[in-house]
Design a protein around this ligand. Structure first.
Ligand code: 3PG
Length: 309
């Protein structure tokens, strides 16, 4: 009997990516694809997952309820980097392997960070004189896959680039021509631009607090293409109120986004829907990687990208 790979995406992949995902599945004998796009009710996901041996998701929530809804499910692949949307404990308890596809959508996210920085540096394209990125200091908060692309692009813009990441050796950062910074406080207090790339977990939630934001140099710009939960919203409100020169740009609008837009106008910029990984290229890379990882698991027991070990 063939194995069913469910692609469940509330925010669908680009049409070109869906075609490539279909082709990737068709290449392997014994697998079939089931597509659930733009679903509006969790019940639709619960129904679809029942027949799935494997599931590919984006920011879709793989809750305990979803995981427990299927007795067939063996693998969940988060087509992307952050897996805070998967209940890892529930997956492990049910013997389900959870994986991500690191690096596959990173360039798209990095490019969006620059799109947002340019937009704000040019006054949201209001026709008045803005500023340039060249020769400005950019601090990269977490030097992972996205952080590395941000560094490369920033060098192209002629920015001075710094990075803070306690999990990466200074030598590796230096090898890329980036200056390592040893404390988070120093990164924020010395860089006019800071680009956030930390995952959301119990340690990082609300970790970007008022003090860090307020310590940024004059004209400080914090760009968040990571997760909204890592920035303390109460602290953000205070920083925006007390520092009229401070700006917050985010691809994941905070819960209090409407209030911030109303009170702080041009100091904030939010995308209407999380767009960092929304490119055809990123969708193809992550979606096809998801298929290949699932097949590699079923055929060879390959768990290279497992995140619930
Ligand atoms: C990720 O973690 O890979 C990004 O946040 C992209 O999320 P998305 O696939 O839901 O756009």
């Amino acid at each position: 009997m063939s194995k069913t790979i469910l692609v469940a995406t509330e925010k669908p992949f680009a049409a070109a990516a869906v075609e490539e995902i279909k082709a990737a599945v068709a290449k392997h004998e014994g697998y079939e694809l089931k597509l659930l796009e733009k679903y509006t009710e969790n019940a639709q996901l619960l129904e679809a997952v029942k027949e799935a041996d494997a599931m590919i998701i984006r920011s879709d929530k793989a809750t305990k309820e979803v995981i427990d809804a299927s007795d067939k499910l063996k693998v969940i692949v988060r087509a992307g980097a952050g897996y805070d949307n998967i209940d890892l404990e529930a997956a492990t308890a049910k013997g389900v392997i959870a994986m991500n596809t690191p690096g596959q959508n990173s360039n798209a996210v990095a490019e969006l960070a620059f799109g947002m920085m340019l937009n704000i540096a040019r006054g949201k394209f209001n026709g008045k004189a803005g500023t340039e990125l060249r020769k400005k200091k950019l601090g990269i908060h977490a030097y992972g896959n996205v952080g590395k692309y941000v560094a490369q692009i920033a060098k192209g813009f002629g920015m001075e680039v710094f990075a803070f990441d306690p999990f990466v050796d200074d030598a590796a950062i230096k090898a890329d021509g980036i200056t390592p910074i040893s404390t988070v406080e120093e990164l924020y207090s010395s860089c006019q631009y800071v680009s956030l790339h930390i995952p959301a977990n119990e340690k990082t939630k609300n970790s970007i607090h008022k003090g860090l934001m307020k310590s940024m140099p004059k004209g400080g710009v914090l760009v968040n293409t990571a997760r909204k939960e890592v920035v303390c919203e109460e602290g953000l409100k205070i920083a925006l109120a007390e520092r009229k020169d401070f700006k917050y740009l985010s691809d994941i609008a905070p819960v209090c986004a409407d209030e911030l837009v109303e009170k702080f106008g041009d100091q904030v910029l939010f995308t209407p829907k999380k767009m960092g990984a929304q490119t055809a290229e990123a969708n193809i890379n992550a979606g096809v990687a998801g298929v290949e990882q699932i097949v590699a698991y079923f055929e060879n027991g390959d768990t290279t990208f497992q995140v619930n070990k």
